[in-house]
Design a protein around this ligand. Structure first.
Ligand code: NAD
Length: 486
């Protein structure tokens, strides 16, 4: 695909503010790099603080008209957006694949349908999210109203640009808010296409604004802007702490979806044949740049060696290659910096006593940012590769002897986003799910997601929930109205 086939002219005017495309206030631009080759494939306008002011002003102006529509009317527009995304799904998939280095098959099967699902789900729910009448005991008519928060700053990371834009924009709009979206600097393309689609679907001018830009200053200016009423942030725990602190200083509601380091506990009674596929998918999916990746495998000792052998064979057979090839399951990492970070963490793991079972090396292909899917066994629990988020296709494996020990290891990191338990004992599945400190638990599966299922973490993985009806609660505030009747 060539960039000129994108409907949006990304070479010139790529800030979407108040319903029209414009250059950055200072004319600044930033490069878009293809992770599969390291080559610059496009450049987009790079927003400045002045552009933040313009985008927030446009959103403030548009928000009341949007909020005044009925939920059903807003829902109809979101459903139209879903239909247009379906029509333009190949274009969206190509942009996502080029931008992130995501295998095209994954973009077609997961990212684009996942993003469409967000608009379908919230398009349908938009007319059903309401307050309730309350019986107070006094002679009153009392009821609650769910009101939009106003203008939402949506800040998203590089790894699932389209889905994570959709999982903020769709519920925020359904609830009657206006949005200023700042995509990650590495991956702005699908956000621009989405802006184009939303405008065509009938989202009024100024209700959705998109301002790609580089550097922390832009995001920071957005978070602290007095015209921003709520912040919805997805990204690293390091930046999330800063965003939450700034939002706290200004007393703004904030939702932070942050890093993860998922523990997957495999008991000896699990269906080991099935489990091998589940484990491999859980850590190589999206080249491991997946906040919910199952990166810490905990295996009951009697099956430890057998499972490692089976995993080594399965991982060696995973097709790693060019994202444009339909048979590719694992592509490059998003940037040279991300690939080098992963390589450094694997080196540290080996120095800490880890045994590389498979992988453990860069892959030289077309100048892209490739790293082989890697399994490291026998690491101490204190090793950085166990305790920290690697954000690459790397799995650590540790043995345990008792259920209590498995839980202690699983809950021993700062994170708490996703966790899993693989067992054929249903009582144990419940017991362990209850005890896992995580926002999402998968039993005998991994990566199963749906827009109806709330999504988010505990501990250093953040707070707030995307998806499900819960997200609509987050994007609204409750007003209590009591009418005296005496
Ligand atoms: P990042 O934290 O570096 O950047 C995220 C976004 O924040 C980007 O748009 C960036 O430009 C912006 N930003 C940077 N500094 C800022 C500041 N001071 N104020 C406001 N915004 C600022 O994250 P990344 O490297 O793009 O993404 C990877 C991280 O995201 C991983 O840690 C991953 O686990 C996490 N993630 C979490 C979830 C989840 O739902 N929990 C989902 C996907 C990714």
């Amino acid at each position: 695909m060539t960039i000129t086939s994108l409907a949006v002219d990304v070479r010139q005017d790529s800030l979407f503010i108040g319903g029209s495309w414009r250059p950055a206030a200072d004319g600044g631009r930033m490069d878009v790099v293809d992770p599969a080759t390291g080559e610059v494939v496009a450049s987009v306008a790079s927003a400045t603080v002045a552009d933040v002011d313009a985008a927030v002003a446009a959103a403030q102006q548009a928000r009341h008209g949007w909020a005044a529509l009925s939920g059903r009317e807003r829902g109809r527009i979101l459903l139209r957006a879903a239909a247009l995304m379906t029509e333009r799904s190949e274009e969206l998939a190509q942009a996502e694949s080029l931008d992130v280095g995501k295998p095209i098959t994954l973009a077609r099967l997961v990212d684009v349908p996942g993003a469409i699902g967000e608009f379908e789900y919230y398009g349908t729910l938009a007319g059903h999210h309401d307050g309730a009448a309350r019986r107070t005991g006094a002679p009153t008519f009392a009821f609650t109203r769910r009101e939009p928060r106003g203008v939402v700053a949506a800040i998203s990371p590089f790894n699932f640009p389209l889905i994570l834009a959709a999982s903020k924009i769709a519920p925020a709009l359904a609830a009657g808010n206006a949005v200023v979206h700042k995509p990650a600097p590495q991956t702005p393309l699908s956000a621009l296409l989405l802006a184009d689609i939303l405008a065509e679907a009938g989202v009024p001018d100024g209700v959705v604004n998109v301002i790609p830009g580089a550097g922390p200053e832009l995001g920071d200016a957005l978070v602290r802007h007095p015209g921003i009423d709520m912040v919805a942030f997805t990204g690293s725990t390091t930046v999330g702490r800063v965003v939450a602190a700034t939002a706290g200083e200004h007393l703004k509601p904030v939702m932070v979806e942050l890093g993860g380091n998922g523990a997957n506990i495999v008991f000896a009674d699990a269906d080991l044949e099935k489990v091998v596929g589940t484990i491999v998918n859980s850590f190589v999916y999206n080249t491991g740049q997946f906040c919910m990746a199952g990166t810490r495998l905990l295996v009951e000792r009697p099956v430890y060696d057998t499972l490692i052998d089976a995993l080594a064979a399965a991982v060696a057979a995973v097709p790693v290659g060019r994202p444009a090839d339909e048979g590719t399951a694992v592509g490059p990492l998003v940037s040279a910096a991300q690939r080098d970070r992963v390589a450094g963490m694997v080196e540290d793991a080996v120095a800490a006593g880890g045994r590389v079972v498979v992988g453990g090396a860069r892959i030289d292909l077309d100048g892209g940012f490739y790293y082989a899917p890697t399994i490291i066994a026998d690491l101490p629990n204190t090793a950085a590769a166990v305790q920290e988020e690697v954000f690459g296709p790397v799995l650590t494996v540790q043995a345990f002897d008792t259920e209590a020990e498995a839980l202690e290891l699983a809950n021993s990191t700062a994170y708490g986003l996703a966790a899993g338990v693989q067992t054929s004992d249903i009582s144990r599945a419940h017991r362990v799910s209850d005890a896992l400190e995580a926002g999402i638990v998968w039993v005998n599966t991994w990566t199963a997601l749906d827009p109806s299922m709330p999504f988010g973490g505990v501990k250093a993985s953040g707070w707030g929930r995307e998806d499900g009806p819960d997200a609509l609660d987050g994007y609204t505030r409750t007003k209590s109205v009591t009418i005296g009747l005496d």
